[in-house]
Every structure is written in structure tokens, then in C-alpha cells.
Design a protein around this ligand. Structure first.
Ligand code: LLP
Length: 428
């Protein structure tokens, strides 16, 4: 089953042609080439408004998890709409600052922060480190001490809750590498309270990604609040709770809750437990960008075989790895009405791996030269792309109405080779 384009904000079919806002996708493919990532400004705004409406009138905050898509043009848009940023590296820190964010708009997640990462974040004056282990806490304390600073810290707990998502993107189970084990959390907070160069400010979790039910979030928040109660008994109080990201989106026929529903359910749980005044942070990534983006690709060859039909296109697993890595099902449609009949196809790229596919066994009608659009490609598409097979990364375009801006040019082979140097053969 394929997603119906008519339900995607920012995209419509007009007289057989697929449009992003007021521009035919086929025309964008012709102007900028393929593979091409296209983002609809209206769709980004609609996703943003969904989250912003959810937190309106509260002290809750949105920190966009830029790992989903860190293009500077998108970051600037989010910053101007009032989101902060959830970062996981000092590269992402530099992007947040370049987009205009203040340190106080940034939370820093991730299990492996290096001394350099911590130093850069302290220099930027970030809002909080989400700490995942005692050695990390001790390192943050030591680096802060060496800089004469006090680091704001929150502890990421591992609530041991099943987010019911793909195992690679499930993060809140006790056998995942993330967060501090539930029964060790209070001790870690007590330890933090003894350190001179850290200031405890919050508690954090992130239980997984592409979660399509509210229940795992509420269950995890409930467990989090048990710990908050326990800390209060030792005189440790917090200034916020961070419930991470993870809200799923519709790719084919999923029916995730809305952002406002999620915010409401989590806030209600906090209020029921007597924490109605505690600000709650949300770190959405995918739900802000996935459905705003499509990946355009041109059909190179049709290769029907006795066993299977292969449609060979110019995008590959280096451009979009989600189907290969997570067995993700993402819809693909022809941007124009095709003349031939529908058949079942494996849509595959030019990369030399059997795992190089964008979709398998989907119904499509297309001819060589036709432009296809993969939907839901705005999240974890470009940001996970690579140069495998010395393929340059795709270009990215932002569309608003009848305007299209190139927001990242296509990588050339010169770009790819620029960082390498050869050694004279005589020296080898
Ligand atoms: N906060 C933390 C600490 C995270 O680790 C993540 C995502 C997020 C927020 C944002 O989660 P979201 O709202 O996007 O679900 N590459 C995978 C997804 C990996 C998610 C990693 N962490 C995919 O393409 O499905």
C-alpha cells in the first residue's frame, strides 16, 4: 500500500503532475538534477505549528533534534520559530550557533562526549548536558573545573520501557547502551550533588524513535516521576523534565498521535503526579521534518527478470539508507502520470550491494527517464547520507510557493577527493 500524496501537507497532484507547493517536482528535477532532496516550507511550518500549538501557554519547550536533518536553512527556520536545539556532537553545536541559537537554546545529548565536546559546549554556555554515566559526569565536572565554570547537568535515565519500534531505534530498554539504569539513578544524583563544578538542573529520557503510540511515553514519564519523588526526599529538586523525542510519523499507513496529543498526555501525567508546574522539554526530530521532504530520483533502466522486476534508479542507499538499515517502508510514486501499466518492482540504486534498495515489491508504473518521489524523506535521509561508491551527496532544495532555493549544492567528485592526499610511490 502506498501513501496518498493528497494527505501530505505541501504536496498535491495537479492534472497528473506531482507538485511541491506551486512547483512541479519534475521541473525541480530538471532544474537541479537528481537525486534531489526537496523540502516544502508549508509542510515544515505545519509540523512546527503542530508542536508549537501543543506547548503554547505553558513553560514547556521544544528542542529540535537536528540529527534528523541539520541543513542550516532548516535550522534557521526552526530557530526563528522559537525552537531550541538538541545536539549530539560539537559539529551540531557549531550548526546550532551558526543558525543563531544562544547557548541557552541548546541541550546536549549522547553517550560519548569527548573532552573537546564538553569544552566547546561550556564555552557556548549551553542550557544543559544530558549525562549518561558516572564517568561522563566526572569528566564534565573536571573539564568545568579546569575552565573555572559550573556545568548544568541533567541525568538521562533508562526507564526500561518498550517503545515498540525497530530494535535499532529503540533506546529505553535496559539492554540498550543509553541512559543510567533506573536503580542507579538516585545514587548518581547524590554523587552529582557532591561535585563542586556541576549544577543539577533536570532529568532526561529518550526511549526510541518512530513511536506510534502514546502509552510508552506516559509509562516512561510515570517511572521518571517515581525517581523525581525519590530525589525530592533527598532534597534534590529539578527545574525541568526532558522526555526526549521519538514521536512517529505516517510513512505508509501508520497512525501516530499528534504532537499536541503527546504534549497533552505527558503534561497530564505530570500534573496528576503533582508536577504540573515543572517545565517539560521535548526533543522532536523526525516529526518536524520527515513528511516535509521528498527524495527525487530518475529511472535509469527497467530490468524485468523471471524472478523479480528491478527498477534501477539514480538514488541509492548512500542517499537514503533507511530501507536498507531499518527495513523501513517508504512510499515511492511517479511524479507524472505514466503511460504503461503498473507492475510490482524492486526499486534499486546503482550501488554494488544487494542491500541497495529503496523499496521492494511495490506497485509502480514508470519508464526510464521518469522522475520518482520517495515521500517522508525529510528525516534521516540527507543527514545519514554518505559518499559510498564515491557518489556525491544529493543537492537539497527548499520550496515556498513558486520559489525554490538551492540550500545545499550537489557534491562533486572534486569535493570528495579534496581531503585526500597521495604518497609518492617511491616512498612506499
Ligand atoms: N533525542 C535524542 C536523545 C535522540 O537520540 C533522538 C534520536 C531524538 C531526540 C530525536 O528522535 P526523533 O523525534 O527523531 O524520533 N536514524 C533513525 C532514527 C534514529 C534516532 C536517533 N535518536 C531512523 O532513520 O529511523
Amino acid at each position: 500500500m502506498q501513501e496518498d500524496f493528497s494527505s501530505l501537507p505541501g504536496y498535491t497532484r495537479r492534472g497528473g503532475e506531482l507538485f511541491c507547493e506551486d512547483i512541479a517536482l519534475k521541473d525541480l528535477a530538471q532544474r537541479f538534477g537528481t537525486p534531489l532532496y526537496v523540502y516544502s516550507h508549508a509542510a515544515l511550518q505545519s509540523a512546527l505549528q503542530g508542536w508549537m500549538a501543543g506547548v503554547a501557554g505553558t513553560r514547556h519547550r521544544i528542542f529540535y533534534a537536528m540529527k534528523a536533518n541539520s541543513n542550516l536553512a532548516l535550522l534557521k527556520l526552526f530557530h526563528s520559530a522559537g525552537t531550541g536545539f538538541d545536539i549530539v556532537s560539537r559539529g551540531e553545536l557549531a550548526r546550532a550557533l551558526a543558525a543563531g541559537a544562544a547557548g541557552s537554546d541548546i541541550v546536549y545529548s549522547g553517550v560519548g562526549k569527548s573532552v573537546e565536546d564538553i569544552r566547546a559546549a561550556l564555552n557556548a554556555g549551553i542550557s544543559t548536558f544530558n549525562v549518561e554515566s558516572i564517568p561522563e559526569l566526572d569528566r564534565i565536572n573536571a573539564v568545568a573545573q579546569s575552565m573555572g565554570k559550573v556545568a548544568p547537568v541533567s541525568v538521562r535515565i533508562n526507564p526500561d520501557v518498550d517503545a515498540k519500534t525497530h530494535p535499532y531505534i529503540s533506546t529505553g530498554l535496559k539492554n540498550n547502551k543509553f541512559g543510567v539504569a533506573f536503580d542507579q539513578t538516585a545514587a548518581l544524583y547524590r554523587h552529582a550533588a557532591q561535585l563542586a563544578n556541576v549544577r543539577i538542573c533536570g532529568m532526561d529520557m529518550h526511549i526510541g524513535s518512530q513511536i506510534t503510540e502514546i502509552e510508552p511515553f506516559v509509562h516512561a514519564v510515570d517511572k521518571m516521576l517515581d525517581l523525581v519523588d525519590e530525589l525530592a526526599q533527598c532534597g534534590i529538586t529539578l527545574d525541568h523534565l526532558d522526555v526526549g523525542g521519538g514521536l512517529g510519523v505516517r510513512y505508509i499507513n501508520e497512525t501516530p498521535p499528534t504532537a499536541a496529543d503527546l504534549v497533552h498526555a505527558v503534561s497530564q501525567k505530570a500534573a496528576d503526579r503533582g508536577y504540573g508546574d515543572l517545565p517539560i522539554y521535548f526533543e522532536p526530530g523526525r516529526s518536524l521534518v520527515a513528511r516535509a521532504g521528498v527524495l527525487l530520483t530518475t529511472v535509469e533502466y527497467l530490468k524485468p527478470t523471471a524472478a523479480k522486476n528491478f527498477m534501477i534508479v539514480d538514488a541509492a542507499m548512500n542517499d537514503m539508507v533507511r530501507p536498507t538499515l531499518y527495513q523501513a517502508h517508504m512510499a515511492i510514486e511517479n511524479c507524472s502520470q505514466a503511460d504503461n501499466c503498473e507492475a510490482l518492482w524492486d526499486v534499486v540504486g546503482p550501488v554494488c550491494e544487494t542491500g541497495d534498495f529503496l523499496a521492494r515489491g511495490i506497485a509502480l508504473a514508470a519508464q526510464p527517464g521518469d522522475v520518482l518521489a520517495m515521500t517522508g524523506a525529510g528525516a534521516y535521509g540527507m543527514s545519514m547520507s554518505s559518499n559510498y561508491n564515491s557518489r556525491g551527496r544529493a543537492a537539497e532544495v527548499l520550496v515556498k510557493g513558486s520559489k525554490a532555493w538551492l540550500i545545499r549544492r550537489r557534491e562533486t567528485i572534486e569535493d570528495i577527493m579534496a581531503l585526500e592526499s597521495t604518497v609518492p610511490v617511491e616512498a612506499l
